[in-house]
Ligand binder design. Sequence first.
Ligand code: SF4
Length: 701
Amino acid sequence: MTGVATHCPYCALQCATSLHPAAEPGAVVVRPREFPTNRGGLCRKGWTAAEVLTAPDRLTAPLVRNAAGELVEASWDDALDFVAGRIRQLQTEHGNDAVAVFGGGGLTNEKAYALGKFARVALRTKNVDYNGRFCMSSAAAATNRAFGIDRGLPFPLTDVAGGAAVLLVGSNLAETMPPAVAHLAGAREGGGLLVVDPRRTATAQLTEDGAGIHLQATPGTDLALVLALTHVVLQEGLADTEYLAARTDDPDGLYRSTAAWWPERAERVTGVPAAVIRQAARVLAAAAPIHGGAGAFILTGRGAEQHSKGTDTVTACINLALALGLPGRVGSGYGCITGQGNGQGGREHGQKADQLPGYRSIADPAARQHLGAVWGVDPEDLPGPGQSAVELINALGTPDGPRALFVHGSNLVVSAPRLASVRDHLAALDLLVVADVVPSETALLADVVFPVTQWAEEDGTMTSLEGRVLRRKAAVTPPGDVRSDLAIFAGLAARLGCAASFPTDPAEVFEELRRASEGGIADYSGITYARLDAGEALYWPVPAEDHAGTPRLFADSFGTPDGRARVIAVDHRPVADDLTGGSPLYLVTGRLLQHYQSGAQTRRVVELAEAEPEVFVELHPRVAASLGVVDGAPVRLRTARGSMVAAARVTSDVRPDTVFVPFHYGGASAVNELTNDALDPISRMPEFKACAVEVSAEIAA
Ligand code: SF4
């Protein structure tokens, strides 16, 4: 039985699956499928994904809040009429920008594209952004400024398997995308797996028994550590000087910007012994082609990126890769491990505040001309750049800010930082519309909730962390009166009198997306459903139907005007909310094997919920002892933004200066009550990964 070939609904590894009918109506059984990235494997999130299709509280009809404040069922026509009427009224009173749209990195390419077009053409608002701003935006900003192109991995993931060394900075692959661990085998065999993480994560544990080195740095110091690694490479004569001269714009700048980061200085900042820093740099360098090695990779994840200096940290990683001559060489390179299922495609088709489809700048007159022609609108009428996610949220409900918000595929009141502020801004709106598959914490605050299709109920495409475009296929009929987000955009556009077409057939949307992306950085114009269905491995750009795609970028030149990579000088700086006497520990947030993002889906899967049912805080035994706290005891965490209680999990896997809390839980268990919304000045990424926290034993009242 072959089943319907599709891909997992969750992370950007997009493991290949086949779906088979189950006994229960609307249900399917998930089986793994052989594919280069997952090699026939799935993690337990993928195995159990089908349960979300038939979740007991699955949304099956539109809901509209009544005068008594209750969400009650309504027909699609009534709900759409109501929303369109309110939008017309608010835009008449306050202007087009009174309406905002917030998208998600889990939406298909077709939905992400239609969402951006809906915002800019039907609503004619500049206020659109998405939750990818909380995901890999720092890596996107860093690669754009260094390479001129941002594709998470500019090479197939399978290349990594051949590398003799892999430096993972802030990525816990073994829990977030376990099948990808197979690609670390080459590095582990030769002792070349280098993991930078303040916790002894499942991934850090892979370095043990001679497989590599765990560099357990102080939270917020990855940048200093990478500067020191680069210092060692340059000072010990391990750099690929010919490559630097030929393929970068400023080799001397690299020396200047790292000269002051000798390992002993970095040790004082990072807590990683100088000898370990030297050893790690030498292991990485030995694997580089310049030294006859089999290849070396530097990969970053959210641990490096979700900081107010995330862009500079990734830039430092890119600089290290350039020093060793890795980018553009087959079997080596720098890449970002994108997190969300369509985190890559989600940032290419116009959901971002500053971008148009094809990964084009919205400020570029040629791009505006092109999209104006595709959409049948005057380019002069297209809005300009809007605000990034946190800035947009902070503007909601303010006197000059948006009065209405559409949220598609995002659970803001769990996943955004400084949640008390987020709730205040949502409450100040005149209209909150949420499209989701289950009553997420954000949906429960909405004035109108639209029930939408999810992965196994819809056709479309997703773009994996490698920039490979994949087919998503419907295997079951959605329950009740569930419709696609595409139907919401079409229904509202028509009601708002928009003349542009908003197809509801994903295939039709994709044909338009192909034209919209033509000539852009992320050029999908040569990709067709038929080619994907035939099993072609199409990595963008694919500029023609007879083009085979581009698995590897940067072989001969980078995407900069002169083809050379930019060396950007960066330096370490402290976390925005650093330790004080009253808040003497770092709070680090992160992910668990059992849950995905805000947990809205995985908390509804019985097996996953039972395995990790509630929030906890990891404490070092010394910290626990000083507080008089034993394993399982309640602990209160306080930061400048809020406070919460979680059960202690006492473990020496965290540093004594660090506590860790997973962010998959909502309500009083949401750790983002505490996190800092200080932003990276370039990517506008909030500082999820490090802030000062006060920890105390919680005494029962
Ligand atoms: Fe694969 Fe990610 Fe799905 Fe797990 S969650 S099965 S790693 S795509």
